[in-house]
Design a protein around this ligand. Structure first.
Ligand SMILES: CC(=O)SCCNC(=O)CCNC(=O)[C@H](O)C(C)(C)COP(=O)(O)OP(=O)(O)OC[C@H]1O[C@@H](n2cnc3c(N)ncnc32)[C@H](O)[C@@H]1OP(=O)(O)O
Ligand SMILES: CC(C)C(=O)C(=O)O
Ligand SMILES: [Mg+2]
Length: 519
């Protein structure tokens, strides 16, 4: 079996998804889960993008010990210096230097000749050696680069000291046969290529990112770059979970294995979805809500007789748990703690107690509490920030022929209670106007999404909002059986985040309340 290394770029290319902007704490959160998932490398950001990005990479690098932490850099000394600043305390660090090689990018974007591209790529790799023992070089838009020139650039950067060569299909243009052949041809043409790792990086513009990644493996790649849930620039990147499961399920074909702990996939997917606000469609392979659901009679008959008639992967394989303990109002602390451990959380006694109170509160509102409900409760707790405002109560007067009126009672940090009411163009609008009157914050609501995270009439609804104020953009989320309450809490959480960011423009990292002990 060949070993395939998984290079996760959820925190870099994944964060390039429009509307996604992770805080430092959120990046740490996801990074720790990626480490548990078993990725070989994780690209945490692009250090030169901002001082906050450098701090995020530094904070992740402090905590992650078993995975190589990567920062992306243009082929510029200044970018490489910043990556070093971000990574110098990492246990295992790698700089990922890139330069576009295709004619379109050379001519229109870089306005450089072939000779200048080779020269700048070599100079960058040579400069990076000053700091880093592990250097990955990417020929951006490799897939649309003339094969002779691609071979020339790769030969030059390998000679200069690059240890990993990544050949991205930056715009998702390739077919599997074409992309696999690029790897085959480079292996034939470039002297010394057997001494470096070859890596794929595929985008999903034509829906072929995973197929192309697998074709790259067949062509000789030993590293695959991908993101959780396939998020990323434009249509996204190859989905990590799909690559991992394709290799595992069809090992007879690919003869390859990864270090991915498959049963951590469901948890990782949920965490990334919640923190990025990029919801997973129901029909998404491996992690969609319907990925293991059988709806039609003939299928149901088949799986009842023999599960493999319609199921090629067991849900447990990727960490979807079967409900062994039924949790509800009559459950005690022991059963709850057992359930948390079954779901993969290892919490301190105090944290269990705190979660238990929230669980009991939910039981009063919901007949049966499912595993998803509990994970949602814990994840919403993880997101809590220092609170300038706390919603105490919410009342809404609504009728289909009258204007909705919301009244809110909100606790301020000094303990004072403030009440306000407002009318609006709908229930949510009236709630948000009443909250604005209390907080006196001028914010713009850039995005509002609502999804059902569990099933049934009393299902938990998750609300996601994105707010901005003077260039600061934050997300807020909350989960509740009452979507209007969740809407109010998500909005207040986002306002609290804006205040925290503004107050602490140096952006010191808050200790993580729960997940540092999540298993
Ligand atoms: C395919 C990918 O995903 S690549 C990664 C994309 N990710 C990002 O861009 C996110 C982070 N980016 C940023 O924060 C900003 O773009 C920065 C800080 C890096 C640069 O900002 P600015 O200095 O304002 O430049 P801007 O982004 O407008 O333009 C990019 C410049 O870099 C140049 N450039 C692009 N790629 C490279 C490269 N690999 N090496 C060297 N220069 C490059 C462009 O030609 C352009 O140069 P010009 O200003 O001389 O025309
Ligand atoms: C920076 C590179 C690796 C990239 O993201 C791409 O080419 O898509
Ligand atoms: Mg990319």
């Amino acid at each position: 079996m060949r070993k395939i290394e998984i290079f996760d770029t959820t925190l870099r290319d994944g964060e390039q998804s429009p509307g996604v902007n992770l805080t430092i704490d959120e990046k740490i959160e996801i990074a720790l889960q990626l480490e548990r998932l078993g990725v070989t490398r994780m690209e945490v950001g692009f250090a030169a993008a901002s001082p906050g990005e450098i701090r995020a990479i530094q904070e992740v690098a402090k905590r992650v010990k078993n995975t190589t932490v990567v920062s992306l850099s243009r082929s510029l000394e200044g970018d490489i210096d910043k990556s070093w600043e971000a990574l110098k305390n990492a246990e295992n660090a790698c700089v990922h230097v890139f330069l576009a090689t295709s004619p379109i990018h050379r001519q229109h974007k870089l306005q450089m000749t072939k000779e200048q591209v080779v020269e700048q790529a070599v100079a960058a790799v040579t400069y990076a050696k000053k700091y880093f023992s592990e250097i990955q070089f990417s020929c951006e838009d490799a897939a649309r680069t003339e094969i002779d020139f691609l071979s020339e650039v790769v030969a030059a950067v390998v000679k200069a000291g690059a240890k990993v060569i990544n050949l991205p299909d930056t715009v998702g243009y390739m077919t599997p046969v074409e992309y696999g052949n690029i790897f085959r041809q480079l292996r034939e043409r470039v002297p010394g290529i057997e001494n470096v790792k070859l890596s794929s990086h595929c985008h999903d513009d034509l829906g072929m990112a995973v197929a192309n990644s697998l074709a790259a493996i067949e062509g000789g790649a030993t590293q695959v770059e991908c993101t959780v849930n396939g998020i990323g620039e434009r249509a996204g990147n190859a989905a990590l979970e799909e690559v991992a499961l394709a290799l595992d399920t069809r090992k007879g074909i690919y003869q390859a294995k990864t270090d991915i702990k498959l049963d951590e996939i469901a948890r990782t997917s949920k965490l990334v979805s919640r923190l990025t606000g990029m919801f997973v469609p129901g029909n998404k392979a491996i992690v969609g809500a319907n990925a293991f659901a059988h709806e039609s009679g003939i299928h149901q008959d088949g799986v009842l007789k023999e599960i493999t008639t319609y199921e090629i992967i067991r849900p447990e394989t990727v960490g979807f748990k079967s409900n062994k303990l039924v949790m509800g109002k009559h459950s005690g602390r022991h059963a709850f703690k057992d359930k948390l451990e079954e779901l993969g959380y290892r919490l301190e006694r105090e944290q269990v107690n705190e979660a238990f109170v929230r669980f009991k509160d939910l039981c009063d509102r919901k007949k049966e509490v499912t595993d998803d409900d509990i994970v949602a409760l814990l994840d919403s707790k993880i997101l809590e920030m220092p609170e300038a405002f706390v919603l105490e109560s919410l009342q809404l007067a609504y009728g289909n022929l009258s204007v909705p009126t919301a009244s809110v009672r909100i606790a301020l940090a000094n303990g004072e209670m403030v009440e306000e009411a407002a009318v609006g163009n709908g229930s949510v609008d009236s709630i948000y106007k009443a909250i604005d009157r209390v907080t006196e914050e001028e914010v713009t609501l850039d995005d509002y999404k609502i999804v059902s995270v569990t099933h049934g009439k009393d299902a938990l609804g998750e609300v996601y909002v994105r707010l901005s104020q003077n260039g600061i953009s934050v997300q807020g989320r909350d989960v509740s059986t009452d979507v209007l309450e969740a809407s109010a809490k998500a909005y207040i959480q986002a306002i609290n985040k804006i205040i925290a960011r503004r107050r602490d423009s140096s952006n010191a990292v808050e200790p993580l309340p729960l997940t540092s002990t999540m298993n």
